[in-house]
Design a protein around this ligand. Structure first.
Ligand code: MG
Length: 386
């Protein structure tokens, strides 16, 4: 098997693991794109010899261009470069592991170029799910989930009919603050929140995991990927991160996917589907001993309910809530917001009554407007300029 892959977000946690798989499997990376880490991007470019690289942060472009001069690799920058890498003609699959709403435009670009997508960027579905799924259906391209929970659901669905699905059990680790009271969380810092018990991930998703917004975004992601209704999804806390999610069928069968907490398997499965190739060790059930399941604490972790509220309101509310969350996480990482204020802000966004948001059609242009509105809303809520 040979695959040629465009890796968007190549210097992040998913991107670096994807490149390891590409190396191990003898696949080719034809395009690499990164947000701002030019040192690692240059190193990757020299090792994987893509035809094109993109640095999203335009201020880093001249240095990268100079450093890669003479290699024959085309160096691009910004959204234009990212979209060029996304639609690169040689790619069979485009891995979208860009962080945040910035991943929406390139995934649409890749779909329109007829590429299959390995999707790790949940914000593109949270904000523009309708656009992405419609475009994929129109172009007849496949979207393979890379998010471990959605990969699990995708795996459990194999060989079954859509109409046989009753419900989805979306598992959540609960993050570093599981079991804490609001009082105990009053003064936690970004440093505390960045210590995840099971998963080694980037900063944005780790904070989202601590607030449980990550599960809220995944809730919306699951609705779009598997065309479900909100009431068909139950979020369950599973501290060991071994059961990556499960599907309940109408006959009473529940099929779950188990595996060690590693993103390598979902990444590789998205690349090689329907083939299964050697990847990680199997779980040892006797070594784990106990698997536990609990209901989430929705009083402390309000982001989960906020995301559910947003998708039930429909239209551009999920986009608005997603973008407000991105700004909230940014403010928290800069110590301009307290941990619990992220939840207050996101909940406020989900309850925000805006005739403008109600009336806007779902287009990429309007999602950009929503992003600008979210920035104003987020900085105005506690009067913390961004
Ligand atoms: Mg996940």
């Amino acid at each position: 098997m040979m695959k040629t892959i465009s890796v968007l977000g190549s210097t992040g946690s998913i991107g670096t693991q994807a490149l390891e798989i590409i190396k191990e499997r003898g696949f080719r990376a034809c395009a690499l794109a990164a947000a701002s880490n030019i040192d690692l991007l240059e190193k990757q470019a020299r090792e994987y010899k893509p035809k094109i690289v993109c640095i999203f942060n335009k201020s880093k472009y001249p240095k990268l261009k100079e450093n890669l001069s003479g290699t024959g690799i085309r160096v691009t920058a910004g959204e234009e470069g990212l979209c060029e890498a996304a639609a690169f003609p040689e790619a069979d699959i485009v891995l979208n592991s860009v962080v945040g709403i910035a991943g929406l435009e390139p995934v649409l670009e890749a779909i329109n170029a007829g590429k299959d997508i390995a999707l790790a960027n949940k914000e593109s579905l949270a904000a523009g799910g309708e656009l992405v799924m419609k475009a994929a259906a129109n172009k007849g391209v496949n979207i393979y989930p890379v998010d471990s929970e959605h990969s699990a659901i995708f795996q459990c669905l194999q060989g079954n009919k859509k109409k046989s699905v009753r419900r989805i059990i979306l598992t959540a680790s609960g993050g570093p603050f599981y079991g804490k009271t609001a009082k105990e969380l009053q003064n936690v810092t970004a440093k505390d929140a960045l210590k995840h018990p099971n998963w080694d991930m980037g900063a944005k998703i780790t904070i989202d995991s601590a607030t449980m917004m990550n599960k809220g975004l995944e809730f919306i992601e699951a609705i779009w990927l598997f065309s479900l209704k909100p009431e068909q999804i139950e979020v369950v806390i599973h501290r060991q991160s071994i059961v990556h999610s499960a599907v309940e069928f109408v006959d009473g069968a529940t099929i779950a996917q188990l595996g060690v907490p590693s993103m390598k398997l979902p990444i590789q499965y998205a690349f090689t589907y329907p083939e299964r190739l050697k990847c990680v060790e199997n779980v040892s059930l006797t070594r784990i001993g106990n698997l536990t399941f609990d209901k989430p604490d929705r009083e402390v972790f309000v982001c989960l309910g906020a995301a559910e509220k947003a998708i039930k309101r429909g239209g551009l509310y999920p986009a608005f809530v997603n973008c407000v969350n991105e700004y909230a996480v940014n403010l928290f990482l800069q110590d301009k917001l307290k941990f619990l204020q992220i939840g207050e802000l996101v909940l406020g966004a989900s309850e925000h009554n805006s005739p403008e948001i109600n009336d806007m059609k779902i287009t990429t242009g309007n999602i950009k407007k929503i992003d600008a509105m979210a920035k104003l809303f987020a900085s105005g809520f506690f009067n913390t300029p961004l």
